[in-house]
Design a protein around this ligand. Sequence first.
Ligand SMILES: C=C(O[C@H]1C=CC=C(C(=O)O)[C@@H]1O)C(=O)O
Ligand SMILES: [Mg+2]
Length: 445
Amino acid sequence: MSDLSASPCPEAATSQTQDKVIQLRVEVDTAVPLIAWLASQQQYPRVYWQGRDKKQEVAAVGCAKDFLFQDNIDDERLAEIYQSQKALSTDPSIRYYGGIAFDRSIESWPEFGRARFILPRIELRRSSELFSLMLNLNFADNDATTELQQATDALKQLMPPRPLVPPYKVGLMARHDKPAYPRWEELVRQVTDPEFNQTVPKVVLSRVSQLEVNEVMDPWMVLACWQGRNQNSFQFGFQFSPDRAFISCSPERLFQRQDRELHTEALAGTTVRGLNQDEDEMLANQLLDDSKNSHENQLVREHIVDVLGPLSEKVDADDTPKIFKLTHIQHLHRDIRAQLNPGVNDFQLLLALHPTPAVGGLPRQEAMHFIRGQEGYLRGWYAGACGYLNKYESEFSVAIRSALLEPGRINLYAGAGIVAGSDPRAEWQELENKLATIISILIDF
Ligand SMILES: C=C(O[C@H]1C=CC=C(C(=O)O)[C@@H]1O)C(=O)O
Ligand SMILES: [Mg+2]
């Protein structure tokens, strides 16, 4: 790492290229525990990302460029800004990390905004077994001397990784669910009412469970434990200031794009895991045969195929669902692949695909309208889309199984797809099942 701290000089940075945004890289010859490294840094923002296949892992600190859309956001403008930012560099390795809120037409959480993307100042990336340290320089907004001074300062502030304190349970003082059960029951009844359901066949209702705690939790320690107990998921976190962090251990891919090849999926329909292999198998078979759960998944598949059609040369989706297993629950899952039309960009994909009927509903606008008016709390980045983009590849996960950590409070989010045949009690229990992994980490019971 000392190589890099010594190297940023204006000549090295600007002479070889006309690019305004450039990245300097050095290989790191020892394995670094990335979450522990991130937890010991003192700079903000702090970002962590690990893909579901575990091939790519990133910890990033500081920022060389920050796009925050706090009050309002015009999707076309967002796409334009990204296109012009992309034009500032020819380096395929430069990535912007960030997320969009579930509902960009209403207010979102402070700091996170309706959308926020950053070009980190420093990234530590693992690609399979190889580690590298990247320094991003942005000469579009700063003169060379100022930019290099800021970059050098950021490098000097880097700290070595400290071992994370072993898991401990928090002292829980109170828990508040919003909506609480009586309201939940009312909402499920409204959505399953035949007249409503005829025009709006699916609404994904959700709940925030606010845990009042008397300790300061290190979000990165919580994420590291969560990661240890939920291997089959994306893991990511965004902390823009010391007081708030959004972390997620989500099984759901919104999309992965490599050049024009797109992978997405329909993940919806849920049951618990069995206590032994036979019971687990039986539950999986019941899930595959269950009409309510099949309908939940089928609606997602159909919608994704429909919206990808105009953007793609070819779309291909699994006809029958498979089982996708997590630690405490199992889902129905269908793979969907597409060959995109030339020129389709990531923001077009984000806007077309998000929110999928696995987190919003169908028809999208009517379901969103219902959620906005009735759910009774602000989803913010829960069920939003988080990930990274660059010229040739991008990946986004749907930010479910997520938590917002604030001083004295942990907000846990869970939702369930409500369709004809949904029972309020069973769907409430499904929310609980979806929180089982994180609750088992946080609380002694
Ligand atoms: C909305 C969530 O889950 C979605 C993803 C998989 C299964 C789901 C379900 O069976 O209801 C949901 O559509 C959540 O976990 O908050
Ligand atoms: Mg469900």
